[in-house]
Design a protein around this ligand. Structure first.
Ligand code: SF4
Ligand code: SF4
Ligand code: SF4
Ligand code: FES
Length: 405
């Protein structure tokens, strides 16, 4: 992985901007997101800071891998994005330095500002985060398998160890805030926030499977349904926004029952034996969101009959395995391929109980237009799409059987 550390202070960045700039924020979602300079949260934070300082941010674009030329080119030429790129005068690039070279090359007339300095190559570790193991010579660091953490690198090279200071994010004026009551707690939340985000910001986590912060909402799994006073129907918290004086219940016996039933149906329509699933093994334990929910809801078995025929696993891709038997049709991969990779290589085929995620026009991965960007791997909540490199890498198997068919 490429290791990059923030080089510009917020003041440095503002000094490179003109008040009339039309700014497009651009971020890669791969290495730089693990270096804590890129990714959705940082895009959102920077947008808030710049907007509060009077700059015009006309858009934010997240791309799965910012250093693949063809991917960036496809995004810029995408008919739905063309106007945005044309209108922008300035691109602020939350990518490594290499990643910033591509918009510089493809959008020659625009000002492209790279926020980070690339310092070498390293690994992502669970305990230390990103570490630098093979530094560039100019850094003065020696190659070291143990690696250097971002704080150590920043200190020595006079860089910044984290993203722009959150304390500089604007404090919402009272006009931007509305009052909602969530599970009896009175809360002030920002206008335009989803019920899910508002609940989470106030300490109430709502179960979800199809929602992901990097993707648009699709509201298809129905796990996040909540009660809203005055509404006959339950509302999907991931897609419905809060309104002033809204009263929301995120959890009670009835909602619990609905969520349990949905989870049991998902188990019945798919093959889930966590002990033999790559996402259920020790090295990636906690990675399966479905398994996490099954545990949380104390589900030992399903009342519904298993009704799906087993279909072959597609292991033709060099980077991933696709096991349709573990797919819960949440659609995250489909949206990630479209929205983050800009490829539309995977999509839903058929209808009703016959629906499945098809690759290309029902091809195998190695015959499709997949650019191996990994965007779909990162968002799949189950063991349906898994990264090949993690397979068989476990030292031990986790001993807790959650569900066996
Ligand atoms: S996808 Fe998740 S729930 Fe299904 S078998 Fe794998 S670990 Fe278990
Ligand atoms: S299908 Fe291929 S191109 Fe699409 S997100 Fe997955 S890895 Fe990227
Ligand atoms: S493959 Fe994974 S991400 Fe895609 S629809 Fe199935 S469960 Fe969701
Ligand atoms: S998480 Fe809201 S409907 Fe799936």
């Amino acid at each position: 992985m490429i290791v990059s550390v923030r080089e510009l202070s917020y003041e440095d960045l503002k000094n490179k901007l003109d008040p009339n700039d039309k700014i497009l924020l651009w971020s890669c979602n791969a290495c730089i997101a693990l270096c804590e300079v890129g990714g959705t949260d940082n895009l959102n934070l920077l947008e808030e800071m710049l907007t509060a300082d009077g700059y015009e941010v006309i858009g934010k674009e997240l791309i799965s891998i910012g250093c693949i030329y063809s991917l960036v080119q496809d995004r810029i030429n995408n008919p739905n994005k063309k106007d945005l790129f044309n209108e922008a005068t300035t691109i602020i690039s939350l990518t490594c330095e290499d990643g910033a070279e591509i918009p510089k090359c493809l959008l020659k007339e625009k000002k492209v500002i790279c926020v980070a300095k690339t310092v070498g190559v390293g690994n992502f570790t669970e305990d230390k985060g990103m570490i630098l193991t093979s530094p560039f010579e100019w850094t003065g660091f020696e190659a070291n398998e143990e690696g250097y953490g971002i704080s150590e690198i920043s200190e020595k090279l006079d860089l910044y160890p984290s993203f722009f200071d959150e304390s500089k994010a604007p404090i919402n004026s009272n006009e931007d805030l509305i009052q909602v009551t969530i599970n009896g707690k009175e809360c002030s939340v920002k206008k335009g926030t989803t019920i899910m985000q508002a609940a989470e910001d106030n300490g109430f986590k709502i179960p979800r499977l199809c929602a992901n912060p990097d993707l648009t909402a699709d509201a298809n799994c129905r796990l996040c349904l909540v009660k809203v006073e005055g509404q006959k129907e339950l509302l999907p918290a991931c897609a419905a926004n809060v309104t002033n004086n809204m009263k929301v219940i995120t959890q009670d016996k009835e909602l619990n029952h609905i969520r349990k039933t949905i989870l049991e149906l998902l188990l019945a329509t798919n093959e889930h034996n966590c002990l033999t699933c790559f996402k259920g093994n020790a090295t990636v334990s906690g990675a399966c969101e479905l398994q996490g929910l099954i545990r949380e809801f104390g589900i030992q078995n399903t009342r519904f009959e298993q009704n799906k025929e087993k279909v072959p696993v597609d292991s033709t891709s060099p980077i991933l395995n696709y096991d349709p038997n573990k797919c819960i049709l949440c659609g995250r991969c489909v949206r990630a391929c479209r929205e983050i990779a800009g490829k539309d290589n995977i999509g839903f085929a058929n209808r009703g109980a016959q629906t499945f995620v098809a690759v290309g026009a029902n091809k195998k991965f190695n015959q499709s237009a997949c650019v191996e960007c990994e965007a779909c791997i990162g968002v799949c909540p189950t063991g349906a799409i898994t990264e090949k490199i993690t397979h068989y890498s476990g030292e031990e198997w986790e001993g807790m059987l959650v569900y066996q068919s």
